[in-house]
Design a protein around this ligand. Structure first.
Ligand SMILES: [Ca+2]
Length: 329
């Protein structure tokens, strides 16, 4: 039974992985749609509590949220490798013609945070085939390594019911492309993708993607803001941890950074049209898994002028589920 479950999980992961392999390349071509942030009257929920927290240090206190129950979290507070019960690790060349070779040893917990480390180190590609049309095989070497963790096949949550809270600190460099994101069931992008946080090329991005009538061709609802805007308000911004959130319900989803709405969308807008590949209609009412990664190159640009190691720090990921009004009665 256990083996069977393992096969199911492996199969599901493979399907997801395959779809992701093919399709995150869409990042390179996407154009921002209209940004509705700040233009609608969507009400922001109470700000995630941060009273008394040192912004420069990890926050070890797991917060309770009124109206929510904490259903899953990783505090990354035990030094050593990330918990394999919670996380899968991607391996090798994966998406977007990025430069890094993913390997699990580039992710480790230390001092209360998950550290994903981008290194300049040469890896011989065991799948190398100079005649291959597949970029993952056509490269003889990787010149960089990094790590990518996900909960595919292990944990997933219905985005219309949860508030995902992640505290992280970024350390920009040329070519630096960290992300906190989610994907839903089945073929991408019809299962949906939420980029709760991405950073590349001097901007912080917050995006939603879902399906169209064309295979592997997403509709994006994108927003990005120059890092300079944050630095203008707070010169120490990059030295601090920040809180990224995804808050969903049956009507809408919002991506927040330190309580500010970065991007938002109505469920009714993010609706897949009828298509041959997926029965999912509302991808953001489905169960999504979480991915944490640090890519190098690809949309992040040329890392040749970067200082290594590159570091992406995650203090915690907490998933809260809304206690519905009927459950409270
Ligand atoms: Ca922590």
């Amino acid at each position: 039974m256990k083996r069977l479950w393992g096969l199911v999980v492996f199969g599901a992961s493979l399907v997801l992985l395959t779809s992701l392999l093919v399709t995150r390349a869409g990042l390179l071509e996407r154009q921002p749609l209209n940004n509705s942030a700040g233009e609608s009257d969507m009400k922001v929920e109470p700000k995630y509590p941060t009273e008394g927290i040192d912004p420069f240090q990890p926050d070890p206190v797991v917060r309770q949220l009124p109206g929510y129950e904490l259903v899953w979290h990783d505090e990354f507070n035990v030094d050593g490798p990330p918990d394999p019960e919670k996380w899968n690790f991607e391996h090798g060349f994966v998406r977007n013609r990025e430069l890094q070779w993913y390997q699990r040893e580039n992710a480790y917990c230390k001092g209360g945070v998950l550290i994903i480390e981008g290194r300049k180190e040469r890896i011989v590609n065991p799948n190398y085939d100079p005649k291959s049309d597949d970029w993952r095989r056509a490269r003889q070497y990787a010149e960089y390594t990094s790590a990518s963790l996900n909960t595919w096949g292990k944990f997933a949550w219905r985005l219309s019911e949860v508030r995902i809270v992640a505290r992280a600190r970024i350390h920009p460099q040329p070519g630096y492309f960290p992300a906190i994101w989610t994907t839903g069931p089945g073929i991408w992008p019809h299962g949906g993708e939420v980029d709760i946080m991405e950073y590349y090329r001097d901007r912080i991005h917050a995006n939603f993607a879902w399906g169209t009538t064309e295979k592997y061709s997403p509709r994006w609802h994108s927003f990005s803001k120059p890092l300079a805007d944050f630095l203008a308000k707070d010169p120490n911004w990059l030295k601090k941890f920040h809180i990224w959130e995804l808050i969903g319900n049956d009507e809408k989803l919002q991506i927040l950074l330190d309580g500010e709405v970065m991007n938002e969308i109505l469920q009714e807008t993010a609706k897949n049209p009828p298509n041959p590949w997926s029965t999912v209609v509302y991808p953001f009412r489905e169960k999504h898994s979480i991915i944490l990664n640090l890519a190098i190159g690809g949309p992040g640009g040329d890392p040749s002028g970067a200082k290594f190691p590159m570091i992406f720090e995650v203090d915690y990921v907490r998933v809260y589920r809304r206690i519905s009004a009927s459950a409270q009665e």
